[in-house]
Structures are given as structure tokens and as C-alpha cells.
Design a protein around this ligand. Structure first.
Ligand SMILES: NC(=O)c1ccc[n+]([C@@H]2O[C@H](COP(=O)([O-])OP(=O)(O)OC[C@H]3O[C@@H](n4cnc5c(N)ncnc54)[C@H](O)[C@@H]3O)[C@@H](O)[C@H]2O)c1
Length: 251
């Protein structure tokens, strides 16, 4: 199937590693020019180099998404580098562990800043730009099964932020649907990435028990749906959250 992605311009936040890296690489292999936006600079440079080997433009942009001005400016910087953007993937995430009784305020704030507030800030600037030029665009927000299940293992702040992403996705999708902008979310279950490494080393069997398929996902077996959702083949999908959880949630 031709996804008609060749020549599009995309930002993937948090793409210096993990799921975002795989997604940025998959997009580049479909001919999409990509901005590798991440706080980790040398790693982002390496990912951009890999993407360029697919014959596209790819630039690392060092961004700390906890800083409001940096999250907003990311969109402007990306357009200076690539030209008008077509696709924004809000993928960067932060998953600290603490039971509610022990969560320091700063940890709560950082978790909400990265997982939710940054999604608002980048999306706002992105839709301002697209509406300003009467263009079309695609936003995909990466959320988690925790948005629906909550957390049992010390991630209440993360689950709350990811649930916020789901309803923000619905609300924004309604506001911009008639302007040719789609906004969807993809809820991941448990995926082999640097984020989950420590938890999986400690309690892999416990996590596997909660997954109907019985194993942890590899990024490259779930990134294909994300690629589809930011393509013009997905123009009729908006306001939806798709589950890539191996059956961890069934809705
Ligand atoms: N791995 C899982 O099991 C899992 C499960 C459910 C949801 N998710 C979600 O999937 C997405 C990708 O997660 P992952 O597993 O690849 O995580 P990861 O930690 O491996 O990668 C996240 C990336 O975000 C970047 N990042 C973190 N804070 C940042 C900041 N302040 N500014 C800019 N970049 C920042 C990191 O440097 C990193 O490259 C996240 O939104 C995560 O919450 C992951």
C-alpha cells in the first residue's frame, strides 16, 4: 500500500531512542523528512544520521520539553530547517516510580510537564501554523494503557498525565477537524525500550502475566500503526486512541 508519505515533513519528539527512534526511522524509510527532537543530543545526531541514509533530510534538534518556550520554539525551528510541517508526533515521555504518598511535587510536575503540558504546547503551535497557512496536518500523541488502567506499581502521576493526553486528543481533534487536521493517540502497553528496561529486568514475568499475547512488544512491531496514522491513508480517523498493548487493554 502506498502511504503517500514521500516528501512530508515530520517532528518526532523523544526520538533519540526507544519507540520514537524506531518511528522516526520507519518514517524516513517512507520518504519523510524528520526532526529528531530530544534532550539527548549525541544520540539524536546518530538517529538523524541513520534516517538520512534513507535519502531524506533529518536534523537533530536539542529540546528540553519541560521548558515551555523550548517546546513552542521547536515547531518554529523545525519549519526553519525543513519547511512547512505536515506531521507532529508527541512521543517523548517520562516514567518515574513512586507511590502517591512519596511523590515529591517536583517529580509530579516534571511528569506532567513532559507527558502532558509539552503535548499541549507543541500541538498548539503546530495547529496555529497549519491554520495560518490553510494547510493540512496530522498529530499523533503517544499515550499508555495506564491512561485507562491507572497504575498499581507507583506511576499515578504518569497515568494521570497519559489520561490527560487521551482527552486532550479528543478535544483538540474536535476543534480542528474541519480545518483538515487529524489528532489521534496510540496507547502502548509494555515495550522493550530504555524506559522499561529497569522494570523488565526486575519484574518481566509480572508484566508478561498482564499481557494476553504473553510477551513484551518490540518497537518495530507496533510502529507501523503509527506510520499509518500520520499518513493520508488515515484521513478519516480522528479523535481516536488506538491500542497497541498485546491485549493488556481490550475496549
Ligand atoms: N516503553 C514502554 O513500555 C511504554 C509503555 C507505554 C507508553 N510508553 C510511552 O511511549 C513513548 C516512548 O517511550 P519509550 O519507551 O521509547 O521511552 P524512552 O525513555 O526509551 O524514550 C523517551 C525519549 O524521550 C526523551 N525525553 C525525555 N524527557 C525529555 C525532555 N524533557 N525533553 C525532550 N526529550 C525528552 C528521552 O531522552 C528519550 O529519548 C512515551 O511517551 C512513553 O510514555 C512507553
Amino acid at each position: 500500500m502506498d502511504l503517500r508519505l514521500k516528501g512530508k515533513n515530520a517532528i518526532v519528539t523523544g526520538s533519540a531512542g526507544g519507540f520514537g527512534e524506531t518511528l522516526a526511522y520507519f518514517l524516513s524509510s517512507e520518504g519523510v523528512n524528520v526532526i529528531i527532537a530530544d534532550i539527548k543530543e549525541p544520540e539524536a545526531q546518530k538517529v538523524a544520521k541513520r534516517c538520512r541514509e534513507n535519502g531524506v533530510q533529518a536534523y537533530p534538534v536539542k529540546t528540553d520539553l519541560t521548558v515551555g518556550s523550548e517546546a513552542r520554539e521547536l515547531i518554529d525551528t523545525a519549519e526553519e530547517l525543513l519547511g512547512p510541517l505536515d506531521i507532529l508526533v508527541n512521543n517523548a515521555g517520562y516514567w518515574p516510580t513512586n507511590m502517591v504518598v512519596d511523590i515529591p511535587y517536583e517529580e509530579w510536575k516534571k511528569t506532567v510537564d513532559i507527558n502532558l503540558t509539552a503535548v499541549f504546547l507543541t500541538s498548539q503551535r503546530f495547529v496555529q501554523k497549519i491554520i495560518g497557512r490553510q494547510g493540512k496536518g496530522k498529530i499523533l500523541n503517544i499515550t499508555s494503557q495506564a491512561a485507562f488502567n491507572g497504575s498499581t506499581t507507583g506511576h499515578a502521576h504518569y497515568a494521570a498525565a497519559k489520561a490527560g493526553v487521551v482527552t486532550f486528543t479528543i478535544s483538540l481533534s474536535r476543534e480542528v477537524a474541519r480545518q483538515g487536521i487529524t489528532v489521534n493517540a496510540l496507547a502502548l502497553g509494555m515495550v522493550e525500550t530504555p524506559m522499561s528496561r529497569e522494570a523488565l529486568n526486575r519484574a518481566r514475568a509480572e508484566y508478561e502475566k498482564r499481557i494476553q499475547i504473553g510477551r513484551i512488544a518490540k518497537p518495530d512491531e507496533i510502529a507501523s500503526l503509527a506510520v499509518f496514522l500520520v499518513s493520508d491513508c488515515a484521513n478519516y480517523y480522528t479523535g481516536a486512541t488506538f491500542d497497541a498493548t498485546g491485549g493488556m487493554i481490550s475496549r
